[in-house]
Design a protein around this ligand. Structure first.
Ligand SMILES: O=P(O)(O)OC[C@H]1O[C@H](OP(=O)(O)OP(=O)(O)O)[C@H](O)[C@@H]1O
Ligand SMILES: O=c1cc[nH]c(=O)[nH]1
Length: 179
């Protein structure tokens, strides 16, 4: 039987993103050197939402890029051979910038490792930080988020499903357990 429970609704997601926007500004003493890079798919929409909130708080535009890490996955047999094949958009140079990777769920950390690999092929940022809406634990690599919307302790048998209005028509985070 599939057991599904909502753990964040639209308001909770909105509040978490507003807090994350404040944390990004505070930790970086402003956003002059900050570039947000969303990881496909839902990380891109979260990065755009963060940029809108930062604009509302600081009255500063933050550049938002997109990364598709598919060809950098460590479980892909055919390894990357041309960084230009990647469906990624970085609107400005990341050289010497503070790049904040943005994703919906952090689990094993393998997506973020791949994202850092993809990023490094495109320049040398001054630093990379990580913002996630949900940290569900079970890391398999030494990766730790700098900004967390919600910590959700999970078992490996459970799954977190993030839905965002831009792609799914609704804002919700659900935990699904198979029993
Ligand atoms: O920490 P990890 O174990 O790598 O898992 C986290 C990743 O898994 C999901 O992506 P998924 O591959 O399901 O693609 P999607 O975002 O397009 O749904 C999620 O969006 C994260 O990017
Ligand atoms: O539970 C999980 C694990 C990885 N990615 C997700 O979106 N959910």
């Amino acid at each position: 039987m599939l057991d599904v429970k909502e753990i964040m609704d639209e308001k909770a997601i909105g509040r978490a993103l507003t807090r994350l926007a404040h944390e990004v500004i505070e930790r970086n003493e402003g956003v002059d050197e900050v570039v947000l890079v969303g990881i496909k798919t839902r990380g891109i929409y979260l990065a755009n939402r963060l940029a809108m909130r930062i604009k509302a708080i600081e009255n500063k535009e933050v550049a938002v890029g997109e990364l598709d890490i598919t060809l950098y996955r460590d479980d892909l047999k055919q390894k990357k051979n041309d960084a230009d094949q990647i469906d990624s958009i970085l609107p400005i140079s990341i050289e010497s910038k503070t790049v904040i990777l943005v994703d919906d769920v952090l689990y094993t950390g393998r997506t973020i490792r791949a994202a850092m690999d993809a990023l490094m092929d495109r320049g040398r940022p001054q630093r990379i930080q990580l913002a996630v809406l949900i940290d569900r634990g079970h890391r398999e690599l030494p990766i730790r988020p700098d900004y967390i919307g919600k910590n959700v302790p999970t078992s490996r048998e459970e799954e977190i499903a993030v839905q965002l209005s831009e792609v799914d028509g609704t804002d919700t985070v659900m935990i699904q357990s198979k029993s």
